[in-house]
Design a protein around this ligand. Structure first.
Ligand code: HEM
Length: 508
């Protein structure tokens, strides 16, 4: 007999008495299932009958469990939490999440490695993605950053080639430093990023003890339409802790998911990780005043030109109850913005503003913003409609705007984008103030003796795998231009001919 009512069962869980509700097993359409252990067969030995609809549905659903993994940042861990604003920053931005002291906004955060596939070890050298979704009272705002303050390239048109070079060979299906550095020996603007990545910062000990950076400049716009450029940083309140190459290798041999385990164990124990958010600001009229372009994402803004100001604190306090539904289906995008926050003219960021939602429409479908983890807490009112899995179509005959017969949703010019005068030629050109090496040199000189030793040996380890000497010499000539000691130590570690490297420096 079918048992439709719920049974209350007493079960033993880890030696403790607990009550669990046992519910009737059903098909996807809600029909009760009679036998979920044996397929329906013609006679004891089969064949199996196609009319066993539960069997067919179970296999068909299983066959579709996988979705495409993210084309980059495939491996990650996610958690829910809360952001609290330290004050009222409406002088600078009309974004409501920053408009009063103590204002709390729920967040979802995903921290990831970049290059390697979904099941790859969390110990590998890589930047760590640091993506935060704020569910604000004016819709969602995504701050999609990394744990390192700069990036490899400054123009989105180079991104697919860069990722191809980093990913496994299309022929041998293995990451290959020959391919990586073949590409980067032609990309001197990556020198600053490599000087961060090849420190132990490239192998974090866990994901609670990393900082996060927005990397790009963004525009903050206030209610009067005044613009200020900002760069964001998440400062880990647990401090920053990295593995040396040896420690990372040791951990990898033991556990390839150590960072996920660390994050979930700490949150589950109530040891909630938190980060303080700071911003640096530059006025539009000051952007031309420096020896680098502040909209170039291969550069930091030194504190002496733009001091940091603390604006809030984020705490992660809840492990998602289903990894696939939240962490895997989470869709962060630099285009997910609220009034008062806009992209800067940074050419890398401009490409990102297109790319993320484009890949998400492919990865998760056209209605990806309706998936619970991506849906805003506020009502969504517009006439975008239909598509696969639609559940938000208008229930009225008037699915357009404007209408003379019925009131529809209204737009309000207080939320207009900011304006800017442009009177320039169209062109395809590299920025004029490239200054590819100075900040890398400053960074190198700021390191301790041990940090320098690890940087040199980590870099020499990967460059030492490159067979083409011209590629290695070119790479080292970039580090040499950042700092002669940096270059000389690499020349020594890699047993290069110093004259070959210096000749490339002179030719540059
Ligand atoms: C993920 C493209 C640069 C941080 C992704 C994804 C794409 C992408 C297609 C997968 C998104 C998804 O499937 O949901 C690009 C392009 C870039 C670029 C075209 C340059 C033109 C950057 C930079 C940063 C960054 C500079 C850091 C400041 C991230 C993060 C994720 C991600 C954190 C993972 C988000 C998540 O956890 O789901 N990127 N990216 N990317 N990217 Fe980028």
């Amino acid at each position: 007999m079918l048992r439709k009512s719920l049974l209350l069962l007493t079960i033993i869980v880890s030696g403790q008495l607990a009550f669990a509700q046992q519910k009737q097993l059903t098909t996807n359409t809600g029909a009760p299932v009679g036998n979920n252990q044996s397929s329906k067969t013609a006679g004891e030995n089969g064949p199996v009958l196609l009319e066993d609809v539960n069997l067919i549905e179970k296999l068909a659903t299983f066959d579709r469990e996988r979705i495409p993994e993210r084309v980059v940042h495939a491996r990650g861990v996610g958690a829910h939490g809360e952001f609290e604003s330290y004050g009222d920053f409406s002088k600078f931005t009309k974004a409501s999440l920053f408009n009063s002291k103590g204002k709390k906004t729920p967040v979802f955060v995903r921290i990831s490695t970049v290059v390697h596939e979904q099941g790859s070890p969390e110990t590998l050298r890589d930047p760590r993605g640091f993506a935060v979704k704020f569910y604000t009272d004016q819709g969602n705002y995504d701050l999609v950053g990394n744990n390192l303050p700069v990036f490899f390239i400054r123009d989105a048109i180079k991104f697919p080639d860069m990722v191809h070079a980093f990913k496994p060979s299309p022929v041998y299906n293995k990451q290959d430093q020959n391919r990586v550095f073949d590409f980067f020996s032609n990309v001197p603007e990556a020198t600053n990023m490599f000087t961060y990545l090849y420190q132990d910062l490239g192998t974090p000990a866990n994901l609670r003890q990393i900082d996060g950076y927005g990397v790009h400049a963004f525009k903050w716009v206030n209610a009067q339409g005044e613009v200020v450029y900002v760069k964001y940083k998440w400062n880990s309140m647990q401090g920053v802790k990295s593995f040396s190459a040896a420690e990372a290798a040791q951990m990898q041999a033991k556990d390839h998911s150590h960072a996920t385990a660390d994050m979930y164990e700490n949150i589950s124990k109530g040891n909630y990780p938190s980060w303080e958010l700071t911003v640096q600001m530059l006025k539009p009229e000051d952007l031309d005043k420096f020896d680098f372009n502040p909209l170039d994402p291969t550069k930091i803004w030194p504190e002496d030109i733009a001091p940091s100001m603390a604006i809030g604190k984020m705490t992660l306090n809840r492990v998602p109850d289903n990894f696939f539904e939240t962490v895997e289906q989470a869709a962060f995008a630099p285009a997910t913005l609220v009034p008062g926050i806009e992209p800067s003219e940074d050419k890398l960021l401009q490409g990102r503003v297109f790319s993320y939602m484009d890949t998400q429409r492919y990865r998760l479908g056209g209605n990806f913003q309706r998936i619970a983890v991506n849906a805003p807490l506020v009502e969504v009112n517009n006439f975008n409609q239909n598509g696969v899995a639609s559940n938000r179509g208008t229930k009225s005959d008037v699915n357009y705007q404007p209408s003379t017969t019925q009131p529809t949703f209204v737009d309000d010019n207080q939320y207009n984008y900011s304006t800017r005068k442009i009177n320039e030629e169209t062109m395809q050109r590299v920025i004029s103030k490239q200054n590819n090496f100075k900040q890398a040199g400053d960074l190198y000189r700021s390191l301790s003796k041990v940090e320098k030793e690890h940087l040199i040996s980590n870099l020499a380890g990967d460059l030492g795998q490159v067979k083409n000497k011209e590629v290695v010499n070119k790479m080292v000539s970039y580090f040499y231009q950042a700092d002669a000691d940096y270059g000389n130590r690499l020349i020594k570690a890699l047993k290069l001919n110093r004259n070959d490297v210096v000749a490339l420096v002179a030719a540059n």
